[in-house]
Design a protein around this ligand. Structure first.
Ligand SMILES: CC(=O)N[C@H]1[C@@H](OP(=O)(O)OP(=O)(O)OC[C@H]2O[C@@H](n3ccc(=O)[nH]c3=O)[C@H](O)[C@@H]2O)O[C@H](CO)[C@H](O)[C@@H]1O
Ligand SMILES: [Mn+2]
Length: 316
């Protein structure tokens, strides 16, 4: 009897114990493996978190598959605006073709293209769930007015149409090209892109507007980063507030006969001083083809193409 009992215990031990040990071993190794995977994310050669705890997106700091799966679940639409007036229509083909290769692949994207020459818009095959709407806008004589005028057009577009049509929006320069992935890792409530000239410069060297008469004025010693106006984005509510504020400040300056040194970019920097971006994109997300390479930039995802300003702009 005793022997039978103990052999039963032995059998129980083998049948239940072995799989249990296996399970524990499997559990531990999975956790170990996961933590090893997590350990692979993060960079020590660049700043990846601002003092107000907003992430700065660099390659090596995120898992694109994981972030994609989060946003796929939410079935989002990303509105994307671009302007091409006058001779800038020549940039459209490369911009659109490269975007179709690298920009929000697998997500719903709706491009809104503003131009004074709809007939000059090239035929570019759109990927699944990507579409393009062309809007005609009047020509303007000064490139500065074209560039600054974007704020008012975007403000109206968002208020009149996009608020309930899309979840996120990005506003991009057209004299640009995509070279690598720009995807769901860039999504956030209010997203600014660090300017490729100033990312490793001290704030005293930033070209903020320094005249107190302008609404874009930022005092020496203030400011966090120098942001480019060639790319910014966020939720529709946030970007509506941003474009409305910048448009109002631009108008106020105009009435006082002052134009900020870098136009709407100066006003955007002022806005971001008081309304901190919730996510920052590293200069991987706006490089310049003409820049020499920098060690921290391991991948160029989006870049300003070389252009001859005197040749493409309507004025100097
Ligand atoms: C790298 C960077 O920070 N770029 C900014 C910078 O110079 P950029 O030299 O990049 O300005 P830009 O000439 O590209 O003009 C801005 C944008 O306005 C549009 N456009 C302009 C002129 C024209 O004739 N037709 C036309 O369509 C076009 O979408 C272009 O991409 O300063 C500008 C205003 O000072 C904007 O803030 C740009 O975003
Ligand atoms: Mn540009």
């Amino acid at each position: 009897m005793r022997i039978r009992q103990s052999s039963n215990f032995f059998l129980l031990g083998v049948t239940a114990g072995l799989p249990l040990t296996g399970l524990i071993f499997f559990g531990y190794t999975t956790i170990w493996f996961r933590s090893q995977q997590m350990d692979n994310f993060g960079r020590t050669d660049v700043v990846t978190l601002t003092p107000w705890l907003a992430p700065v997106v660099w390659t090596g700091t995120f898992d694109s598959k994981m972030i994609d799966s989060i946003y796929k679940h939410q079935n989002i639409t990303v509105a994307t605006t671009v302007f091409a007036l006058g001779k800038y229509t020549r940039f459209l083909k490369d911009f659109l073709e490269s975007a179709e290769e690298h920009y929000f692949d697998g997500f719903r994207v709706h491009y809104y293209l503003f131009t004074d020459q709809p007939e000059a818009v090239p035929e570019v095959k759109m990927g699944e769930n990507h579409r393009l709407t062309v809007r005609k806008v009047p020509s303007l004589d000064r490139w500065q007015d074209i560039s600054m005028g974007r704020m008012e057009i975007l403000e109206k577009l968002i208020a009149d149409e996009l608020m309930h049509e899309a979840n996120y929006i990005f506003c991009l320069d057209v004299d640009t090209k995509f070279y690598g992935r720009w995807g769901s890792e860039t999504l956030g409530n209010l997203v600014g892109v660090i300017h490729p000239w100033f990312f490793d410069y001290p704030r005293e060297s930033f070209t903020y507007e320094r005249r107190p008469e302008s609404k874009a004025f930022i005092a020496v010693g203030e400011g966090d980063y120098y942001y480019t106006a060639a790319a910014f984005g966020g939720t529709l509510e946030e970007i509506h507030r941003l474009t409305k504020t910048c448009r109002e400040q631009l108008n106020a300056d105009h009435e006082n006969s002052i134009e900020a040194i870098w136009h709407e970019e100066s006003h955007l920097n002022k806005y971001f001083l008081y309304n901190k971006p919730t996510k920052l994109l590293s200069p991987e997300y706006l490089w310049r083809d003409i820049n020499i390479s920098a060690g921290q930039i391991r991948i160029v995802r989006f870049s300003h193409v070389a252009k001859n300003n005197a040749e493409v702009r309507p004025n100097l």
